[in-house]
Design a protein. Structure first.
Length: 306
């Protein structure tokens, strides 16, 4: 059970193993792009290329999805970024239960967006946890954990790709160890729990009163969605790359442009300055911030996000 690229990577690893994949559950096809054409989730596309039956129930409340699952008679269910909460009746269907490939080192970052939350918090490392599923979100016993460092230039997109690869290999390892009777379940420490609630589109709007460190993390963490954004004269400006600037802000109000040079646009924040390196104006392609500033006639003293 899964939906995005991370789930497809996990599915690909399972397809190379000894076990029979009897079915794939994914969220329904969604509208994408300017034309809003329906696009199948990555895990569905991979499953169909390998002839694996795909099920896309819109929810689990009416019992239809549960009957689909029971009809497959699975020994084990693997969940990876499915995007749906399973009822207890579904968790009880497989002979050996349900296990989850979770993109964090539990009990840190339980919830829908652990990858983005780890970057926003400035965590030094992330990882994956293979865990047994219970009705409470991400609260089951841990079977295996694998960690990796978060690089200073990691975005939400790049870190997800790393964790997808790590999660796929960790899952294959965990299933093999479980089959051999060498895998023990470990309870999570409730005192160490942190939550990773779902990111909303509005979260991407830059609050220049925050510090430069926090805003730089947001620029990286909100890639590929919702992408950090501000405004210039009421027009949206998306921020794709930024760095901390060694520039004194003096008495400049947050959001004030301090300098425009060949390296980019230096903006005052609530604590320090941020240099914008790559931006995207509404209806335009991504471009170096310095190039956009010249065309937009941006100058020191202008204010972003006003």
């Amino acid at each position: 059970m899964g939906t995005p690229d991370l789930a497809a990577t996990v599915l690909g690893a399972l397809q190379g193993g000894p076990d029979e994949i009897v079915g794939v559950f994914s969220r329904p096809d969604a509208s994408r792009g300017r034309g809003l054409a329906l696009e199948a989730p990555p895990v569905k596309q991979l499953a169909e290329r390998h002839g694996v039956p795909v099920f896309q129930p819109p929810g689990w409340k009416d019992g239809t999805a549960l009957e689909m699952l029971r009809g497959l008679r699975p020994d084990l269910v693997v969940v990876a970024a499915y995007g749906r909460l399973l009822p207890q009746a579904a968790l009880d269907v497989p002979r050996y239960g349900c296990i989850n490939v979770h993109a964090s080192l539990l009990p840190r970052w339980r919830g829908a967006d652990p990858i983005t939350r780890a970057i926003l918090a400035g965590d030094a490392e992330s990882g994956v946890t293979i865990m047994q599923m219970v009705l409470e979100m991400d609260a089951g016993d841990m079977l295996l954990e694998r960690a990796i460092p978060i690089a200073s230039d990691d975005t939400g997109d790049s870190l997800e790709r790393k964790l997808a690869t790590l999660g796929a290999s960790a899952l294959v390892e965990a299933i093999a160890e479980w089959r051999a009777g060498r895998l023990a379940a470990t309870a999570q420490d409730p005192a160490a729990v942190t939550l990773a609630p779902m990111i909303r589109k509005a979260d991407g709007v830059v609050d220049w009163s925050r510090g430069a460190v926090q805003i730089e993390r947001a620029v990286r963490g909100y890639i590929p969605w919702p992408v950090a954004a501000t405004t210039r004269a009421a027009a949206q400006l998306r921020l794709w790359r930024a760095e901390i600037a060694d520039t004194a802000t003096g008495t400049a109000a947050p959001g004030t442009v301090l300098a425009v040079d060949a390296r980019g646009i230096v903006v005052a924040t609530g604590d320090g300055a941020l240099r914008l390196l790559e931006v995207q104006a509404a209806g335009k392609k991504r471009m170096p911030a310095a190039d956009w500033a010249r065309g937009a006639r941006l100058a020191a003293g202008d204010v972003l996000g006003a």
